[in-house]
Structure formats: structure tokens, C-alpha cells
Design a protein around this ligand. Structure first.
Ligand code: SAM
Length: 363
């Protein structure tokens, strides 16, 4: 029997060269998608149909020469189709292939991927601070990641809130679902709600419910208020700039939830303790967080890789801003979550594994 050499690399060096070259073009593709999304190019092609570089520049109020280079890049990389590739450059017409609108334009589509490009751009915004943080052990404040991070994050979870929160996640907790439908109107606390789409989805699905969202980030709270206004639920949904771990956070709620944020917090136990207080003895709390494996495995699968990518670039650094810190990172395993819940005084917890990238536990 041949023993495996524990010092052998996971793949030969040549394969690594190829892999990193492909990763470079893939990363550049994401930044090109970022440009197309933020400049409104995809939207203009979806709404106005195929365009030459001049037409696209006119529709989006951008410079023709840049629009042309981007269109050619998109066609060469295989995202856009070109109808007449042999025509002179300024006469070529480019179009969004059928079905791509769901991926690149529609913010409610479960297939939406443009927010992924935006969150990636946000993750690399504070690279110099990130290098410094790795050297010193300090953190990188959430606000230093800028609007792209917060908007990109909200863009990735918004379709899940729209299609799963009230359709799958809450009905999986029958008592909560029934209480949210009942009278007197239930009160919900949404911790770390970012741009507010979870609160808005709950208010839309349960027309009596009142929601209070608490988030530390002022810019996110301002954007969440505007989103609630535009969605027509601002009379029942209020957003507050608050540290959810603040021992003075008061109120009486029928249900509390925290989506994709416990792993970012320096003191998750204090926040869970606050949520427990808000719902009172035996009250229901839902934590939706990343669906990671139960143990460290290397090499890991795509999901595990994706989670570690976010962890090193964003989640761990934002969680290190306050010291001492639990320093959880994105890869918060179920056992860690259960330990935090126990330390916060919860007596019972249950783990659901949904079909999405999130797992949830109630206490
Ligand atoms: C990754 S984002 C998740 C946003 C939203 N829940 C979602 O799923 O799209 C994490 C959010 O938690 C907020 N946050 C982190 N620590 C917090 C704390 N101690 N109290 C309140 N909000 C906090 C951040 O400001 C940020 O908006």
C-alpha cells in the first residue's frame, strides 16, 4: 500500500498556474460586471434593446469610447452577444442574451448575480487597512467598506427575503408564523438588518405586524428608511441606529431575528442576550447564518471556499474592530452558534438546514 505524502501540494504547480490565471480573468469579469451594473449598461440593454456603443453611451450618459471597450470586453468574455461582429467597431450592435436579465438586472430574481460583483468591489475597497489589520490584529470598521459592501450585501440577501423568508423560513416555525398572522399585531425586532429588506419582507407578508430594525451603521439605516418608504410600509417599519448588544436596548417583542450578522459581531453573546431579553422568557428568536460544514476540511468545497474568502476580506476584520472580540469570522459552525446561544442563556435551540446558503437556529 502506498502512503500519501502529507507534504505533497493539493495540485501540481502547473495546475496552480492555470488555476490562478483563470481566477485572474474571472475576478476581472466580476469587476466588468460591476461597471455594467453601476453604470446602468445592463439595464439600458434590457430596457432599450440591442445597442451600438454610441447608443449605449447616449442612453446611460457615459463616454462612447469607454462604452465601446466595455461592450467589446463583454462580448469577448461571452456575457453579451454581438449581432454583427464584422461591422466597423462603432456600428457593432450588442445585446443582452435571453434570460440574462434575471442574472444581471432584476434585483428580486433568485438568480441575481450583479450584487455579487458589488459586494466583491466593497470587500477590496479597504485593502491597505486590511493589510495593516493582518499585521497588527486590529479591525477594519464596517463603514470603511463603503456603500458597495452594504448595497452588495443587501442585494445578495434581498431575493432570499422576497422568496423564502415568509414562504419557508417563518412557516418552519409554526408558532411564530401563527403569531405574526394574529391579533393584536405582533412586534418584531430585526437585528443587524442592514438595508432593511428582511423587515420590509416581513411587513409585506404579515399586514398587521410592526417591525423595529436595529443596526449600528448610520448609512445603512438611512437607506433602509428610504427602502421602507418606497415599499409603502414605513408606517409599520422603523429603523434605529443602535448597537444590538447595548444592555439598555429595551422593548417587548413577540419575535426577534438576526440575519447574516451574528458572525460579524465582536460580542455575539451580548447581542443574543439582548435578543433574548427583547422577546422575554421562552420567546422565539431566529438566527439565519451561513450554511457551513460542521468541521474544517481541506481542500474544502465551493461553499466553504466562498465563506473563507469573505471571512478574510470582510467578516473577520469587521468583527475585530472592538476588542476583546469573539473573532468568529464567516465560518461560524453550528457548534459555535450553539455555544453562543447557551452562553447567552438560551435553554433550547434547534438547527434548520434550508436549501439556500443559510442555516437557521431558534432558541
Ligand atoms: C453582513 S450585514 C447583514 C445585513 C442584513 N441582515 C442582510 O442579511 O443583508 C451585517 C450587518 O450587521 C450590522 N451590525 C454589526 N454589528 C452590529 C451590532 N452590534 N448591532 C447592530 N448591528 C450590527 C452591520 O452594521 C451590518 O449592517
Amino acid at each position: 500500500m502506498q502512503a500519501t505524502d502529507p507534504g505533497a501540494p493539493p495540485a501540481p504547480p502547473d495546475a496552480l498556474v492555470e488555476r490562478l490565471f483563470n481566477a485572474t480573468t474571472a475576478a476581472m469579469d466580476l469587476f466588468a460586471v460591476y461597471l455594467g451594473d453601476r453604470l446602468g449598461y445592463y439595464r439600458a440593454l434590457a430596457d432599450g434593446g440591442p445597442a451600438t456603443s454610441g447608443e449605449l453611451a447616449q442612453r446611460t450618459d457615459t463616454a462612447e469610447r469607454y462604452a465601446r471597450e466595455w461592450l467589446e470586453q463583454q462580448a469577448v468574455t461571452g456575457i453579451l452577444a454581438v449581432e454583427n461582429p464584422h461591422a466597423p467597431a462603432t456600428e457593432r450592435r450588442f445585446r443582452l442574451p435571453a434570460g440574462y436579465e434575471a442574472v444581471l438586472v432584476d434585483p428580486d430574481s433568485p438568480a441575481a448575480m450583479a450584487p455579487m460583483a458589488q459586494i466583491f468591489a466593497g470587500c477590496v475597497k479597504p485593502l491597505p487597512q486590511l493589510l495593516e489589520a493582518f499585521r497588527t490584529g486590529a479591525g477594519v470598521p464596517f463603514e470603511d467598506y463603503g456603500a458597495d459592501l452594504a448595497e452588495g450585501q443587501a442585494g445578495t440577501t434581498r431575493p432570499q427575503f422576497r422568496h423564502l423568508l415568509a414562504q419557508e423560513w417563518l412557516p418552519a416555525m409554526p408558532d411564530v408564523h401563527a403569531r405574526l398572522e394574529a391579533n393584536p399585531p405582533a412586534r418584531v425586532a430585526d437585528v443587524g438588518m442592514g438595508l432593511g429588506w428582511s423587515s420590509i419582507a416581513i411587513a409585506q407578508a404579515y399586514p398587521n405586524v410592526r417591525v423595529d430594525g436595529f443596526d449600528l451603521d448610520e448609512a445603512s439605516v438611512a437607506a433602509a428608511r428610504a427602502n421602507a418608504e418606497a415599499a409603502g410600509v414605513a408606517d409599520r417599519v422603523a429603523f434605529h441606529v443602535r448597537d444590538a448588544g447595548d444592555p439598555d436596548l429595551a422593548g417587548r417583542y413577540d419575535f426577534a431575528l438576526a440575519v447574516e450578522c451574528i458572525h460579524d459581531m465582536p460580542n455575539p453573546v451580548a447581542v443574543l442576550g439582548a435578543m433574548r431579553r427583547l422577546v422575554g422568557e421562552g420567546g422565539p428568536v431566529l438566527i439565519v447564518d451561513e450554511k457551513v460544514a460542521d468541521r474544517f476540511t481541506a481542500p474544502g468545497d465551493e461553499v466553504e471556499r466562498y465563506m473563507y474568502d469573505f471571512s478574510i476580506l470582510h467578516c473577520l476584520p469587521v468583527g475585530m474592530v472592538e476588542q476583546p472580540s469573539a473573532a468568529t469570522g464567516t465560518v461560524m459552525r453550528e457548534a459555535t452558534m450553539r455555544r453562543y446561544a447557551e452562553e447567552a442563556g438560551f435553554e433550547r435551540s434547534r438547527c434548520y438546514r434550508s436549501s439556500t446558503t443559510s442555516s437557521a437556529s431558534t432558541a
